[in-house]
Design a protein around this ligand. Structure first.
Ligand SMILES: [Zn+2]
Length: 579
């Protein structure tokens, strides 16, 4: 009988004869086996009705300067437009996170070195032996070779010849090596090899690690053995919750093999787990909808989900979405890829999109959550004392509602070339006529080279000022004053308050916060001392999936358009139903 054991990350084949026989399917048709191992008998081998929703244009009893399209000509593209932060660290972070399920091949430099070492054809056992002995780095040679093949997308016969060599030399195949080989097979779509590796590993181990399971789910779902994926999912569940990618791969297997019922059952399970489905899964489901004309409600629910979670489909998905709508029998949907003009009017059908302004209920909900979770939440007190916040609250309550709040330090630091108080004074002066609050730090009141006493006195005459302790964080103060003042109140800052977005309790509130921010944040364009100040325009319309019943508008991400998390897409799919 075959004895199995896990040891030091490799599996040791204590009975090499049997186990190498297990490997045979994997090593069939190796190009070279002149020195076939003597032990190895080598074989030959919903609709969102926004009709009643109007754009709030004026607010009673408060001054309101329209920072939207009327001043558009002088406003460059919104800071929230996709691509503005293309080269930010955030994108890099997101990208590095996206690859975590793949077996790594190290740094780009290391990867290039790995690729350079890989032979360009399958080698015989003796050729591999020679290559290894001539290598300047014989340690981890086999693993490095396999990683190099993965990075170079090398022909699978080369990888097989490597396995053949290792099996011949050691009578075992280290687990790590087999796992990398499996990665190579899955990424290259080598279905029969995936199937073989599955049989080998299943026969040698009671359980596998979740990385291997994930690879098998992905690989086998594309083969006629896709139903075994359901068993693997159950095995994964004994250890962890399967990832949305695991579910997605299983869904795609079910769809590929025409089992719509299983596909939707798996999708339902994914949603019940509270996982975020990936776009590829949605694409599979929409594509199956095109040929089957079923599950219309479930597919429309995906659009609702995108709306509620502020998700933007990528181009590939949006094309499937379009095809699905256009395929609906007895309906006459036509889709066009288009853009929206600065007033929020669809360039294709002329529909006015939903306003960026929060409705009264939305505003009340946001205010309640922010006051409760951000202002009263414990995190504020890391840097702000409760007494200071209380004194600020009473300061705000004694004054009329503010029209605009300036993040003083942040605004003053816009240009290093200029005296800070001068920059701040220029911004305050530009906003004259409005009821302004300047939030500052106590040190700004100490006359210095950067903080001119005369400038500061003028600022105090033109605006209400509140100076916090130097170490205090200003965001909670800014949020409190803005939300206390009402929906008309804008704020000036270059900061995008991402930290606070993260501490909001749920997706709905985060979405409202983001919407509020895009509608209320004034961002200074390049400031040139002595020149008139310009603010980047705020958007008039909301960038979110929306429908009037006879139309659907879906903002989507263009291919190759890197968009930071706080930016919004600029392209739309317009679907209209002309019955
Ligand atoms: Zn339209």
């Amino acid at each position: 009988m075959l004895k199995k054991q896990f040891a030091m990350g490799s599996f040791i084949l204590t009975n090499s004869r049997t186990c190498l026989k297990n490997l045979c399917p994997l090593l069939r048709h190796p190009l070279y086996h002149q020195r076939a191992p003597q032990k190895n008998k080598q074989p030959n081998n919903h609709s969102y009705c926004t009709n009643g929703e109007r754009r709030p244009s004026a607010f009673h009893g408060t001054k309101h300067r329209d920072f939207t399209q009327r001043e558009r000509t002088s406003f460059p593209k919104s800071v929230f437009a996709a691509g503005n932060a293309r080269r930010t660290a955030e994108i890099l972070k997101r990208k590095s996170g996206a690859d975590q399920e793949k077996v790594g091949t190290g740094s780009p430099k290391g990867r290039a070195a790995c690729i350079a070492e890989v032979p360009d054809r399958a080698l015989s056992v003796s050729e591999w032996r020679d290559l290894k002995s001539s290598s300047s780095r014989p340690e981890r040679f086999e693993l490095r070779m396999m990683e190099g093949m993965l990075a170079a997308k090398a022909d699978i016969s080369i990888a097989k010849s490597l396995l053949n060599y290792v099996a011949d030399e050691k009578g075992t195949l280290p687990y790590e090596l087999l796992l990398r080989f499996l990665t190579l097979c899955v990424s290259g779509g080598h279905h029969s090899e995936v199937s073989d590796v599955y049989d080998i590993m299943k026969s040698c181990f009671k359980t596998l690690d979740t990385g291997a399971y994930s690879l098998f789910v992905k690989g086998l779902s594309q083969t006629e053995r896709w139903r075994e994926v359901l068993i693997i999912l159950e095995d994964i569940k004994k250890v962890i919750t399967p990832s949305s990618r695991n579910y997605g791969d299983a869904v795609s297997g079910a769809v590929l093999h025409g089992d719509r019922e299983t596909a939707w059952r798996l999708y339902g399970e994914l949603m019940d787990q509270g996982l975020m489905p990936n776009q590829e899964t949605w694409r599979c489901l929409f594509e199956s909808g095109v040929s089957q004309h079923a599950n219309k409600d479930e597919l429309l629910a995906i659009l609702t989900y995108m709306r509620e979670n502020q998700i933007y489909p990528e181009e590939k998905l949006v094309r499937s979405l379009k095809a699905w709508f256009e395929s609906l029998p007895d309906e006459n949907w036509r889709g066009k890829f288009t853009s929206v003009d600065p007033r929020g009017v669809c360039q294709s059908c002329g529909t006015e999109l939903e306003s960026i302004q929060l409705t009264e209920e939305e505003y009340a909900q946001l205010k309640h959550r922010v006051m409760e979770d951000v202002i009263e939440g414990r995190d504020v007190f890391n840097k702000t004392t409760p007494e200071e916040l209380e004194s600020f609250k009473s300061f705000v309550k004694k004054r009329p509602a503010f029209d605009v709040i300036i993040d003083g330090l942040n605004v003053a630091n816009i240009t290093p070339k200029c005296v800070k108080s001068q920059t701040l004074l220029a911004v305050v002066s530009e906003l004259q006529g409005l009821n302004i609050l300047v939030l500052g730090r106590k040190h700004m009141q100490q006359p210095s080279r950067n903080w001119n006493r005369h400038d500061m006195n003028q600022i105090k005459q033109k605006a209400h000022c509140f100076f916090t302790e130097n170490i205090s964080e200003d965001d909670p103060f800014l949020l409190y004053a803005a939300l206390h003042s009402g929906n008309h109140c804008n704020f000036v800052s270059r900061d995008l308050m991402r930290d606070h977005k993260a501490c909001l309790p749920d997706n709905a509130t985060r979405r409202l916060f983001f919407k509020w921010q895009r509608g209320h944040q004034l961002v200074l364009s390049n400031f040139i001392p002595g020149k008139r100040i310009h603010f980047q325009r705020t958007s008039l319309y909301d960038t979110v999936v929306q429908s009037h019943g006879k139309t659907w508008h879906v903002p989507y991400d263009e291919d190759r358009g890197d968009r930071s998390t706080y930016e919004v897409p600029q392209r739309w799919l317009c679907l209209s139903n002309d019955v």
